[in-house]
Design a protein around this ligand. Structure first.
Ligand SMILES: [Zn+2]
Ligand SMILES: [Zn+2]
Length: 222
């Protein structure tokens, strides 16, 4: 039992109790969304962030798309003034090195090795896993785990790698084999009912098994 639970413990317990899919994916995703909101509203003039973005050549493609969906036009515009200037400087440099463009330093513009949001997402994911592991012997957590939908494969393997107690690993492994087998049976039932001979049968819990299977195998986008 974890006495004196802090706010991180309560967040993780709440997610394991309430998430309809992998609770760690949901927590990681919420952290990334909050990081984007805070960054665009509070940190656009932060010199450290702007320097980092300039060095990393902006955001990776995935997080670039995500911040556009987020929609804070002014914050995004302010953050991209440096990026656009840097891109023009690089083209200027390339122009003076033609025809050997290979000699110019443009790697960051063609292949992104991760951005500030990737880093924040990784740090949040590490924190959430550590807090979950701290709570594994907690009675409330044990109670929630008996009913929760299970982790995605990504989070499951990463937690199994980090667990110090073999009993915890055995417990989580057994629980997830049961959950995943049940989902596999639902997937087969879903396919059977799509056969024209059985189409009149009413659909049951297998109806969203295809979405759950994708989430377990692929995780959620963060
Ligand atoms: Zn997950
Ligand atoms: Zn990224």
């Amino acid at each position: 039992m974890v006495k004196d639970k802090n706010i991180s413990h309560l967040h993780v317990l709440d997610a394991v109790e309430k998430s309809k899919t992998c609770p760690l994916c949901d927590l990681d995703k919420a952290s990334v969304q909050k990081h984007i909101t805070d960054m665009l509203y509070e940190s656009v003039n932060d010199r450290g962030l702007r320097k980092k973005l300039e060095k990393q050549k902006g955001f990776c493609a995935f997080h670039g798309e995500l911040i556009v969906k987020h929609g804070d036009a002014l914050g995004i515009a302010i953050l991209h003034i440096d990026q656009m200037q840097s891109l023009l400087d690089c083209l200027d440099n390339a122009g003076s090195n033609l025809p050997k463009i290979k000699n110019t330093d443009h790697a960051g513009w063609t292949e992104h090795s991760g951005c500030a949001i990737c880093e924040a997402g990784r740090a949040a994911a590490k924190r959430h896993m550590e807090v979950f592991i701290e709570l594994m012997d907690d009675d409330i957590m044990k109670n929630y785990l008996e009913k929760f939908p299970g982790f995605c494969s990504n989070h499951l393997f990463r937690i199994l790698e980090k667990l110090g107690k073999p009993d915890h690993a055995r417990y989580l492994l057994k629980l997830h084999v049961e959950r995943y087998k049940s989902l596999l049976a639902d997937l087969k039932e879903f396919c059977r009912k799509n056969d024209y001979r059985f189409r009149n049968e009413t659909s049951g819990r297998e109806s969203d098994s295809w979405q759950k299977a994708v989430q377990i195998v692929s995780g959620k986008i963060l």
